[in-house]
Write a protein that binds this ligand. Structure first.
Ligand code: EPU
Length: 441
């Protein structure tokens, strides 16, 4: 598995081999939240001093962002596997590695961070998982309202503020956007005066970014509601911050335990962040017990059907849609899933169908006829959460499932294979060299 600094870019040759049909028993620890880490690491660029960031997940998206900062001149030191010290004091805003930026969606946070710190930014148009059109018009709208001039040309984003810097402003987002909300928060942290973001996203990682910025001396209020106020400060100073546990990683193991059956204790979670997932699983007949920082998921027998609609937080998260679809494939009766955030997040359904799932997709709706069992097959991880969905299906399927292109999964799940193995799953990762050596023996 990759360490924080390992990129594994371009490695599409590893495979997971899963022999399904084993219930999951045991306990595991959830890692730091990916979508908080990928905003907090770029936000460290706003800070003059050492940011010690704890609970960074060991995933390739975090590794890529740390490498980008380091190539820009930041001093980045791994204290241990999940703690990093970042000192961006002497970064001058040049030398960004555009080839790396292009590979990761969250590189858009560098626009806000560079603009806020240096008054100008040049970044690539962001990459990331492909769910149809992924515009950044709300980021541009927000940063423009702060006085930046922004131009998108030839695959690059060029942004510049007036010589006097960014100026606080009132911004109403036309669409609830996690990325735009966070980008504006980062840029506005050192703008002159007050910025107000209305119709802001409310995800747990929005609150986490606000807490990070505040612990470095910023003045951000209202994160977690739909109105966020940022009073600009002159300078952000160093400090220590611990990233929250990953809501979606926890939800993924909850879904896996529901589908495969068994009893799993998921530790280091914030149960409140899992409310909508726990409620949906209970509706499906799964027992979910909550403790102060753990949930226990227990299930045997057939699951009940359910309808799911994804929405911005506190609604059911779009980043759990593929995983819950995989679970519903095995539920008794017909379930209807409606994707309320992205235009095209059902590409993976064709992979589940290879395993015997009965699903019809029409636009943003998937109608799932539950089947009594799935059958192992060779499948592809189309993107991060789609990858998690086919792994869940593989854990329940009869026979062997081989999942290809697992580098997508490693972008966002720390040691998925090791954590599932610790619960008794029969899953292993075969790398290209292993495949070669077993072929030549
Ligand atoms: N949108 C616009 N204009 C914008 C920005 C977004 O129209 O300027 C639209 C999008 O097309 C989408 C909706 O608004 O229909 C929500 O997009 P949002 O900006 O909230 O998404 P994001 O910031 O690009 C983050 C996560 C995604 C997660 C979404 C929604 C990161 C790096 N990515 O993306 O996470 O699906 O929020 O919660 O934080 C994942 O982890 O698997 C993942 C894809």
């Amino acid at each position: 598995m990759c360490g924080i600094f390992s990129l594994r870019e371009g490695v599409f040759l590893d495979k997971y081999v899963i022999r399904g049909g084993r219930p999951l028993y045991g306990e595991l620890e959830i890692s730091g939240a990916k979508n908080a880490a990928v905003a907090i690491i770029p936000a460290a660029l706003m800070v003059e001093g050492v940011c010690r960031i704890e609970n960074i997940p060991e995933i390739s998206d975090a590794g890529m962002l740390l490498t980008i900062l380091s190539e820009m001149g930041a001093r980045v030191r791994a204290v241990n596997k999940s703690t990093v010290e970042i000192d961006c004091t002497s970064v001058r805003g040049e030398g960004a590695p555009y080839d790396l930026m292009r590979k990761i969606r969250a590189s858009y946070y560098l626009i806000g961070a560079m603009l806020g710190r240096f008054g100008s930014a040049k970044t690539t148009m962001p990459g990331g998982c492909n769910f149809g059109v992924r515009p950044i018009d709300q980021h541009i709208k927000g940063l423009t309202a702060l006085g930046a001039q922004i131009e998108v040309r030839g695959g690059f984003v060029y942004a510049s503020a007036a010589e006097s810097g960014l100026i606080g402003s009132k911004i109403y987002l036309d669409k609830i956007s996690v990325g735009a909300t966070m980008n504006i928060m980062i840029a506005a942290a050192k703008a002159r005066g007050r910025t107000t973001v209305e119709n802001a996203a409310r995800e747990p990682h929005i609150v986490d970014l606000a807490n990070f910025l505040n612990s470095m001396g910023a003045d951000v209020r209202g994160a977690g509601t739909d109105t966020i106020r940022i009073n600009g400060v002159d300078k952000l100073h160093g400090g220590t911050y611990t990233i929250i546990p990953d809501q979606i990683e926890a939800g993924t193991y909850m879904a896996a335990a529901a589908a495969a059956g068994g009893k799993v204790t998921i530790k280091n979670v914030i149960p409140k962040h899992l409310d909508c997932i726990s409620a949906k699983l209970r509706e499906m007949g799964v027992e979910v017990d909550e403790y102060p920082d753990a949930v226990v998921v227990r299930h045997t027998g057939r699951l009940l059907r359910a309808n799911v609609k994804t929405q911005p937080y506190p609604g059911f998260p779009t980043d759990m849609q593929p995983q819950i679809c995989a679970v519903l494939c095995l539920a008794e009766g017909t379930s209807v899933v409606t994707e309320g955030v992205w235009d095209n997040r059902y590409k993976y359904i064709s992979e589940l169908k290879k395993m015997g799932a009965e699903v019809q997709v029409d636009g943003k709706t998937a109608v799932i006829e539950g089947v009594p069992y799935l059958t192992g097959a060779p499948v592809v991880a189309c993107d991060l959460r789609a990858g998690a969905a086919v792994v869940i299906a593989g854990l329940c399927a009869r026979g062997e499932t081989v999942v290809e292109e697992v580098s997508y999964i490693e972008r966002g799940y720390q040691d998925l294979v090791g954590k599932l193995q610790s619960l008794g799953a029969d899953i292993r990762c075969i790398s290209e060299s292993d495949a070669y050596s077993s072929a030549v023996v």
